[in-house]
Design a protein around this ligand. Sequence first.
Ligand SMILES: C[S@@+](CC[C@H](N)C(=O)[O-])C[C@H]1O[C@@H](n2cnc3c(N)ncnc32)[C@H](O)[C@@H]1O
Length: 292
Amino acid sequence: MTANFAPAFAADDTVSTARRRLARALATAGKEPADLEARILLETATGLAALALLTRGDETLGAAAETLEKFAARRLAGEPVNRITGTTNFFGLDLTVAPNVLDPRADTEILVETALELMARKGFQNPRILDLGVGSGAILCALLDSRPDAFGIGVDLSPHACAATQANLARCGLTSRGTVIRGDWTAALSGRFDLIVSNPPYIRHAEIAELDPEVRDHDPRLALDGGPDGLAPYRLLSVELARLLRPGGVACLEIGWLQGAEVSALFRAKSLAQVSCRRDHGGRDRVIAIES
Ligand SMILES: C[S@@+](CC[C@H](N)C(=O)[O-])C[C@H]1O[C@@H](n2cnc3c(N)ncnc32)[C@H](O)[C@@H]1O
């Protein structure tokens, strides 16, 4: 096994030298896209924006050298960039990435796009939205931000996720229209919703150990483990949607890319009016849309 040596940085290194050295170390360790990762880590360590990294590249790192050196060591040890910076961009929103909460993925943006399209096509006004397994609040915040007439509730069993959603709602200025409840899926819920969204845990239990260590060791197990066949949350949702979705309402559920047929069949068996599968930008099945 080859050890990945973290580069050292000194206070009198220039910003551009440090950037090049960090990008080289990341590329050598196979952390790609290395240039982008180096830029993000440097921005966070120095407080300089992307453009300033270029225009002020001759300036020295100063006190930021120590921070950058720690960031480089953490990244080379396998910690994802978003965990190091504590932030991510999701659907154009800057969100906090908290420990013990799933780092929202770009693939999930297709669920938000699908939900917005369906709500527009069906002419929903002042929609009531439910996000089951709300995590960081990424989906809920994106939907509320895009639909100023909407009100939303997020549910999660994890207290860390509930706190993260609360923090991200506040960060996005959405606390007057969004709220979070700690609970076990739909157990504490009554009433009906226009839109139900969920990105539930969908990895088969036995596959968790085989996951990329950057996922397995940094995202919480509760956010990943979908039971023996990865379908446990969908079975519960296939029963509960009929109770919680208003007539004419829609649900959008993220799925693992090989689960399209099985998850669609679960919902078709419940005679929900229309079930369709949407692909992500990589052409893989990603979202099940259910119209009641
Ligand atoms: C894959 S993560 C999705 C998080 C977020 N919605 C996103 O897309 O980034 C699944 C979420 O479901 C939550 N969860 C797992 N089991 C749950 C349960 N029994 N009741 C409520 N939430 C649960 C996890 O804590 C986690 O936040």
